[in-house]
Ligand binder design. Structure first.
Ligand code: NAD
Length: 347
């Protein structure tokens, strides 16, 4: 398996492979940058079709964390870990303990938190083996599940996008298609519903769809068709790659604003979105609420006020990106990348 010649290897400072046969642990911890501080980013627990696919995810996600943390102006570098879902039986506690020991061996270069497939309780198990973990459910500085704050950040950024396109952030006449009703997606739907938006929702989990229909008056659509719906706004909140050469030409929405990491399948997708008249809010800026929440825990003194200030900053950054992109005739991604890259330069 290629690492240094891998297409997504972006001069990562370190890529660590951890295994523990007794607990079935197989993990890849990718540290993209520690220029701004310890590399921080969640752990994803997922069934990968190959080790190669797991590595690709770790490399891409860790680089995105560097950009996310820099764009949110956090004193954190970028890293991410993937935990490969074991084949057959396994003991979750032993697995997360072994994973905690693997993180501890890195001595603070990498600090983990939740991502897809893991919970605050899993973070507590990791915490039994290492202090380099955040998003805990208990303890003096515990910030808990970052997802509600991620959803709040996405919601505020989305409204900035709506204001930019339609001149007002009134959502009562808007239809929003949401893919993925997990921790973030469902919380986002609740906010959109409360603001009067009409919801079209897709997930592969029947239970959450029933809940959204019953509680939020949402209409369910097939996941493979969610992007083709006649909606004003499309929110990819499942996994990465929702915006690709097959989906973009069929997207009806004028605005894409979702929580998923790495929504663009490749660099060529951004001009395609532009050509189709779709405004894209860069994912790594929009979904930073969770890491903002985690950052205050890492600092050791959880502060609601600081989180609020940062969320106000997130919305302002989205507005600035939209304005500068228009003024300079460049893409929103170019502006967002520039903001992050300026802050990632070594002094
Ligand atoms: P989650 O695991 O709670 O939810 C993901 C949801 O997507 C699940 O309900 C799942 O059934 C659904 N799903 C999976 N494949 C699907 C498909 N093909 N079509 C439709 N639905 C599908 O994860 P989450 O924490 O809500 O995170 C969602 C996305 O946001 C991820 O990309 C994650 O990396 C990103 N993100 C999350 C946070 C956070 O604070 N949790 C922060 C930043 C970014």
């Amino acid at each position: 398996m290629a690492v240094f010649s891998h297409a997504d290897f972006a001069d990562h400072e370190g890529v660590y492979f951890a295994a523990d046969p007794e607990s079935n642990l197989r993990a890849i911890i990718a540290v993209h940058s520690t220029v701004r501080g310890p590399a921080a980013g969640g752990t994803r627990f997922w069934r990968y079709e190959s080790d190669e696919a797991a590595l690709t995810d770790a490399l891409r996600l860790s680089k995105a964390m560097s950009y996310k943390n820099a764009a949110a102006d956090l004193p954190l570098g970028g890293g991410k870990a993937v935990l490969i879902y074991p084949e057959g039986e396994f003991d979750r506690v032993s697995l997360f303990e072994a994973y905690g020991r693997a993180i501890d061996r890195l001595g603070g270069t990498y600090i983990t938190a939740e991502d897809v497939g893991v919970s605050p309780e899993d973070m507590d198990i990791i915490h039994s083996q290492t202090k380099y973990v955040a998003g805990l459910s208990k303890g003096a500085a515990a910030s808990g599940d970052p997802s509600p704050v991620t959803a709040e950040g996405v919601f505020r950024g989305l409204k900035a996008g709506v204001r930019h396109i339609w001149g007002s952030d009134d959502l009562s006449e808007k239809t929003v298609a949401v893919q993925g009703l997990g921790h973030v997606g469902y919380a986002l739907c609740e906010k959109l519903h409360a603001a009067g938006a009409k919801l079209l929702v897709a997930d592969i989990n029947e239970r959450v769809l029933e809940r959204a229909e019953a509680s939020l008056g949402a209409t369910r659509v097939e996941s493979q068709d969610v992007h083709v719906q006649k909606a004003d706004i499309y929110c990819p909140c499942a996994l990465g790659g929702a915006l690709n050469a097959q989906t973009v030409p069929d997207i009806q929405a004028k605005l894409v604003a979702g929580a998923a990491n790495n929504q663009l399948a490749s660099a060529e997708i951004m001009p395609l979105l532009e050509r189709n008249g779709i405004t894209y809010l860069p994912d790594f800026v929009l979904n930073a609420g969770g890491i903002i929440n985690v950052a205050t825990e890492v600092a050791g003194n959880y502060s609601q006020e600081w989180v609020e200030q940062k969320l106000v900053g997130l919305e302002a950054t989205i507005s600035k990106i939209l304005r500068v992109a228009d003024e300079e005739g460049v893409t929103t991604l170019q502006v967002a990348n520039r903001i992050a890259e300026d802050r990632l330069k070594r002094e």
